[in-house]
Design a protein around this ligand. Structure first.
Ligand code: GDP
Length: 296
């Protein structure tokens, strides 16, 4: 189910409930069950949905509903707040400061959109007057360096990588040192991925992170991976200190649920979303406007 459909289904459930002559526990339960089904089919993790249902029931006072006062508003507000809570881990991510060198490490599976997102992130900041640089520490995928080089050249962003060196840790460290000397204030380290979660990948991420000591580790996730999001995000979080999430491919047939699960698994906020293949198809992510739009 695509994101807009999810919002529509939730709104309809609320509408249906508020149309009822008497709103008792049964009617409220029916509404919440429909919302639960909608969230599950948008790939939100079961436990998150169950907790949300429980929280809403605890917030919504049935007596207020029975009195007929703004029943729709009361429930709508509770749902809105719960969805916001799911997307807001309660603490902001590390925010780099212009003019002060920050090391940002990107992690994610192959195909998640990591390399594309590194360039988008660099380009976004460059337009705002930063001095970003890209380091390709992906020695696993043939062609990774060429791809980064091509993107970086297009955006006129300095890059570092090697065609011959096979040790990603060495490249990452050398790249970071090089750009520190050049006074770059946003040193972005792109890392290897794998087609699936593998111990060797997580060990490599741990080593790169330990050697480069990033100020922020960003987990990049494809919005279409569905129910796998929670496990995947959690596996990365267990290896490296993930501090933020970027969800890619929110254009197309994106399901919103994966983002909610990734936030829950990493206890980190979504900071940007990718909305296309081009460098400028990249948006700052704000929880409240996102949920408002979702609920229509
Ligand atoms: P990596 O293996 O994780 O580095 O992934 P890539 O950066 O190579 O991206 C994989 C594919 O996804 C490429 O074809 C990208 O153009 C595409 N891609 C990345 N981000 C987005 C996005 O936000 N929207 C769309 N539609 N495609 C994207």
């Amino acid at each position: 189910m695509v994101l807009a459909e999810l919002g529509g289904r939730i709104s309809r459930a609320i509408q249906q409930m508020s149309d009822a002559t008497i709103i008792d526990e049964k009617v409220l339960n029916e509404c919440l069950n429909e919302i639960t089904r909608a969230l599950l089919s948008a790939d939100v993790q079961f436990q998150l949905v169950r907790d949300m249902q429980k929280n809403i029931k605890a917030i919504v006072n049935l007596e207020d509903l029975a009195a007929g006062h703004n029943k729709r508003k009361i429930i709508q507000r509770a749902i809105f707040n719960e969805l916001c809570k799911m997307l807001d881990p309660g603490k902001p991510s590390f925010t780099p400061k212009k003019g002060k060198p920050s090391i940002i490490m990107f992690v994610g599976l192959q195909g998640s959109g990591k390399t594309t997102t590194c360039t988008k992130y660099a380009y976004y900041h460059q337009k705002k007057g930063w001095k970003p640089a890209l380091v390709c520490a992906d020695t696993f995928r043939a062609g990774a360096f060429d791809q980064l080089k091509q993107n970086a050249t297009k955006a006129k962003i300095p890059f570092y990588g090697s065609y011959t060196e096979s040790d990603p840790v060495k490249i990452a460290v050398e790249g970071v040192e090089t750009f520190k000397k050049e006074n770059c204030d946003l040193i972005i380290v792109d890392t290897s991925g794998r087609h699936k979660q593998e111990a060797s990948l997580f060990e490599e991420m741990r080593q790169v992170s330990e050697a480069t000591k990033p100020d922020l580790v960003i987990f990049v996730m494809d919005s279409s991976i569905g129910q796998a999001a929670f496990d995947q995000a959690q596996a990365f979080k267990q290896s490296v200190p993930v501090g933020a999430v970027i969800v890619t491919k929110m254009d197309g047939h994106a399901k919103g649920g994966g983002a909610l699960s990734a936030v829950a698994a990493t206890k980190s906020p979504v900071i940007f979303i990718g909305t296309g293949e081009h460098m400028d198809e990249f948006e700052v992510f704000d929880v409240k406007p996102f949920v408002s739009r979702l609920l229509g």
